[in-house]
Design a protein around this ligand. Structure first.
Ligand code: AHG
Ligand code: MN
Ligand code: MN
Length: 337
């Protein structure tokens, strides 16, 4: 029987073989995985644990927070504060960056997260997740402690990225720049076990994911692409397409990593001053890197997402990601920059 490989063993082997993971980054990833296990427990208990429903507070983006948004945020902060691997954290649920308190040693890394992605699905028992992105703390040119500007690095600078999906199974999907690996939580063992390595997204697909109810607000290139998909066999694409929309980016991206597809959350006319709904630094960047590492592509319609130089922590971005040929087609329909 093939030997089972735990996340711990996988990380140790990556560290040895490729030197891709310094000790501190390995610890960081173990701690994030442990926090995700604990969030998974809370999600699993649901109403029995009193974790469902609204917290009746608002985050910096003006969204009403769910109890689980706050619980997941606290779990990630508490787990990551004391290990000595981090300098600071940033989250969808916190207005500004969170420094590691002075009483703990400071590490070399910055951690960004969307603690609970798919909040509208919490109370209806549909898959949700946690998304995370790891950057190196830049050499400190400003002579002060960590500042928000230290986080404003392009996605191409990430040293690790991943998500944990809380669905029928709890699954952690990870890249450290050496392909994409998937680990499934074995609840009896209490460990994440490697269940798929070198995940690849097929270049072609017949499946798209977009919130169709926003169609009337879209820009012409997105409307053209979707109209052509909807025209099916008789249309210019010459094939029928299927549609899926889970409303948890984690779950939509997970499906695309498993069997291909294209996911879009484009700019639209509802809030024209915003680039899109999704956040660059802790949603689009980590997911884009995972997708690229799996052979797919990710753009904002005009530019590779990982090349965007962020200007603020909670910056938003239009997102087109997934099967390479479809992403290139949508991007080709837009005017170049
Ligand atoms: P979050 O719950 O972290 O705010 O993110 C929700 C995001 C994303 O997960 C999903 O793809 C999208 O919002 C769903 O948007 P609609 O409500 O327009 O379907
Ligand atoms: Mn989210
Ligand atoms: Mn969220």
């Amino acid at each position: 029987m093939a030997q089972k490989i735990s996340l711990t063993r996988y990380l140790v082997e990556q560290q040895r073989a490729d030197g891709l993971i310094p000790g501190q980054l390995r610890l960081l990833l173990e701690v994030v995985a442990r926090a995700c296990k604990s969030i998974s427990q809370a999600v699993n208990k649901g109403a029995l644990g009193g974790v469902l429903g609204s917290a009746e507070s608002e985050n910096v983006q003006g969204e009403i927070q769910k109890k689980l948004d706050i619980i997941a945020n606290e779990v990630l902060i508490e787990a990551n504060e004391w290990g000595g691997h981090l300098a600071a954290m940033a989250s969808e649920e916190m207005d500004s960056i969170h420094l590691v308190p002075n009483r703990y040693p400071q590490g070399e890394y910055l951690l960004l997260f969307d603690p609970l992605d798919g909040s509208s699905n919490i109370d209806v028992n549909v898959s949700i997740g946690t998304i995370f992105s790891v950057l190196r703390k830049p050499e400190n040119g400003h002579g002060q402690g960590v500042q928000e500007s230290d986080f404003l690095q392009a996605g191409s600078k990430q040293v690790a990225a991943g998500y944990c999906i809380y669905g029928p199974q709890t699954t952690l999907v990870l890249t450290v720049g050496n392909g994409v690996a998937m680990f499934t939580l074995d609840r009896e063992q209490g460990s994440f076990m490697l269940t798929q390595e070198d995940i690849k997204i097929p270049a072609d697909t017949k499946e798209f994911a977009i919130n169709m109810s926003n169609m009337r607000h879209w820009d012409a290139p997105v409307k053209r692409y979707i109209d052509e998909c909807l025209a099916g066999k008789e249309g210019p694409r010459g094939k029928d397409f299927n549609m899926r929309w889970i409303a948890s980016m984690v779950a939509d991206v997970h499906r695309i990593l498993m069997r291909g597809g294209v996911f879009m959350y484009p700019w639209d006319k509802r809030e024209p001053e915003k680039a899109g709904k999704l956040r660059l630094m802790y949603e689009a960047n980590p997911m884009s890197w995972l997708v690229e590492q799996a052979g797919g592509a990710a753009t904002n319609g005009r530019q590779r997402i990982l090349d965007i130089a962020p200007t603020k922590l909670h910056e938003r971005v239009a997102v087109v990601l997934g099967s390479k040929n479809e992403v290139e087609r949508v991007t080709g329909y837009h005017d170049p920059l």
